[in-house]
Design a protein around this ligand. Structure first.
Ligand code: GLU
Length: 495
């Protein structure tokens, strides 16, 4: 009987959580769900200088927005110092770790020595077998130099400055059967004794990860493959603690659409930027699950299908390139599938963000029903919906010049009059009015529809003209038509 699956997502809040991180989180989340396990969120905020609250908030908000829910409370590494101290002390007590007093100069000399021999620079194990702390100048000689040296080095009065290093096994190999990368074998001689506690006693990444993965009972570590080189070190620490390491799955990177490093503009920006642009969470998740993973030629996956079908072992080993068109296509799909009421809420928020005073007509649900068939994002939808609510004072110059010409004056006047008398303000009746005005003036439908569009929207882009008019409502249509007629009138008198 295998343990209950427990996975985690462990971002460092030192920069904005971006799409690559989210994909890793999604894979870990899906894996846990698929195996009726637990997915946990751990914020790796031990690097006090680089950690920011803003980045932590992006993580929390981004995960909540996408519905990647976690079992138990969020784990903050900054609040778990005691666990790390205990782990380090245990390793020291059991002879699995040691204090290292080597100075910067000594370490540099070691490095230079290794490089000159054509070897990998690594710690040479000088303090490994128990070195006495070097003697600092005695304090009782009243020499100000001694005190100043200690102060400068931030050394406690009674103890020379040291770091703690893990005693990596000197030989043998570490074998990792990575669920994505396959078998990875590392010779222990490649690994040196890594620092697990800095001179200020703060624990380092490899130590905190092991202490936490062990304490949280993580069974599967699913993370970016940039950590693959840390894994043998972590496995060795697990073993030193007498624990079985978790299983590992290292997810390949995401590349830009051109196959190069992902830039901010392409997707390395905060995940909330996708929210801001008006992507739906289900579209983004569907998009991300297909980046490096497939199930036949299926493109659309509901969340339930993802949970049922996602198989970490079938994730591609090589990096996947972003494809913004596909994300847009998926978003369009999910917009169409969504209930108008839901889209109306998102549209309203976005319009308000754009500073639009949303006073109907049209009703937002009615508008969303039409617009969700036409656009790729909520932002695009809002941009194309402003015209329904704002009181525009001027028409787009080029559009007006091209379409609001004296030749359409009579037909437009006719449309306006007929519309003012129309009994039922509904699309078919509106359509008939435009049609018969066009016929009466021997014009094609389109020849009058486009000037009408410019007249009532100020520009040339809107849903079909009859729906646009229906949505705008009679009052707005008539007053905007009056403005357009004045405009044409002014052109006429200027001739
Ligand atoms: N905190 C690490 C990072 O953000 C991830 C650590 C891990 O998953 O083991 O890259």
């Amino acid at each position: 009987m295998i343990d209950k699956v427990k996975t985690r997502f462990a971002p460092s809040p030192t920069g904005d959580l971006h799409i690559g991180g989210i994909r890793t989180a999604l894979f870990a989340w899906l894996f846990a769900k698929r195996h009726q396990g637990e997915f946990m969120l751990r914020i790796e905020d031990t690097d006090r200088r680089r950690t920011t609250d803003a980045a932590t908030n992006v993580i929390l908000e981004g995960m909540a927005w996408l519905g990647l829910d976690h079992a138990r409370d969020v784990v903050y590494q900054s609040r778990r110092t005691a666990i790390y101290e205990t782990t380090i002390q245990r390793l020291l007590d059991e002879g699995q770790a040691y204090h290292c007093y080597c100075s910067k100069e000594e370490l540099e000399a070691m490095r230079a020595d290794a490089v000159s021999k054509g070897e990998k620079p690594r710690y040479n194990g000088k303090c490994r077998d128990g070195v006495q702390p070097p003697q600092l100048p005695p304090l009782d000689d009243a020499s100000s130099v001694a005190h100043a040296t200690r102060e400068f080095l931030d050394v406690p009065e009674d103890q020379p400055k040291s770091v703690v290093r893990f005693k990596n096994p000197p030989d043998g190999e570490v074998v990792i059967d990575d669920l994505i990368q396959g078998r990875v074998v590392i010779d222990n001689r490649e690994l040196d004794d890594l620092i697990i506690a800095r001179s200020d006693d703060s624990p380092t990444y490899n130590l905190t990860v092991v202490a936490d993965d062990a304490d949280m009972g993580i069974t599967h570590v699913i993370r970016g493959d940039d950590h693959l080189n840390n894994t043998p070190r972590q496995v060795n620490i697990f073993k030193a603690l007498g624990l079985t390491p978790p299983k590992y799955a290292h997810v390949p990177l995401i590349l830009g659409p051109d196959g190069g490093k992902l830039s901010k503009r392409q997707g390395a920006a905060s995940v909330l930027e996708y929210k801001n642009q008006g992507f739906l969470p289900e579209a983004l998740l569907n998009y991300l699950v297909r980046l490096g993973w497939s199930h036949g030629d299926q493109e659309i996956f509901t969340l339930d299908e993802m949970i049922e079908l996602f198989d970490i072992e079938r994730v591609n080993k090589s990096a996947a390139a972003l494809n913004p068109e596909k994300l847009a296509w998926l978003n369009q799909h999910y917009l169409r599938e969504s209930a108008p009421e839901k889209i109306a809420g998102l549209l309203e928020a976005k319009l308000k963000e754009l500073g639009v005073d949303v006073v109907g007509p049209p009703g937002l649900v009615e508008l969303a029903k039409v617009q969700k068939e036409r656009v790729k994002t909520i932002r695009e939808m809002a941009e194309q919906s402003r015209l329904f609510y704002i009181n525009f004072a001027a028409f787009d110059e080029a559009a007006a010049k091209k379409h609001l010409r004296p030749v359409v004056l009579e037909a437009m006047q006719h449309v306006k009059e007929s519309l003012s008398r129309l009994e039922k303000w509904e699309k078919p009746a509106i359509h008939d009015v435009i049609n018969s005005s066009a016929e009466k003036h021997a014009m094609k439908f389109g020849k009058i529809a486009q000037p009408l569009r410019v007249a009532v929207t100020g520009n040339t882009v809107s849903p079909s003209i009859d729906i646009t008019l229906q949505l705008l409502g009679r009052d707005k249509v008539l007053s905007r038509l009056a403005l357009a007629l004045e405009y044409i009138g002014r052109r006429l008198s200027a001739v």
